[in-house]
Design a protein around this ligand. Sequence first.
Ligand code: IMP
Ligand code: MG
Length: 193
Amino acid sequence: MTKTMHSYDAAIARELFSAAEIGAAIERLAAAIARDHRRRPLTLVGVLKGALYVAADLSRAISRLPDGPSEIYVDYICVSSYGNAARSSGEVRLLKDLSDPVGGRNVVIVEDIIDNGLTLEYLRALLGERNPARLRACVLFDKPYHRLVEVPVEYVGLVAPDEFVVGYGLDYQELFRNLPYLAQLRPEDFTDG
Ligand code: IMP
Ligand code: MG
């Protein structure tokens, strides 16, 4: 990081998706997931730290819908793929496992964003070995430009531009997660690596 970022506003180059647009995308994802898990139990697995807000907002949006899942469980798993760098190292590490077993459960992995696909591939393999009844994946933002692996994503919210983005859970060096919208940083405040 070249500068200390004292002001969030000054560091933001442009807003890519407003809080309202993100809210609408969450509602669409909730409707699709509820439809596919009607009157069945559902386990949402939020991927920390980035999917903190997505999993929280999505779980509540699903529970507001009539005729959705019979029960909603929310668990979190923590992985690290980027270290402190802006580009993926390609190596995914498990930092904190789920609290509860997922054997026999209808699981939806909830991710903030998919870029090269390695994080989701790792998680699908890890949780798939535990014999869930069904395993699906949901991402709020898709950056489809640099996939290293083809990994199925059953629920996609919004397609993000080919930029490093922050906000709504996504960070740059642990900052900006708390922004309610998705943003691109000013180039002078953002150095790769
Ligand atoms: P993948 O393994 O390249 O698909 O990346 C998935 C993970 O990388 C996400 O869970 C994010 O934590 C992180 N990531 C990917 N793109 C961005 C970005 O533009 N901003 C912040 N984090 C990102
Ligand atoms: Mg993440």
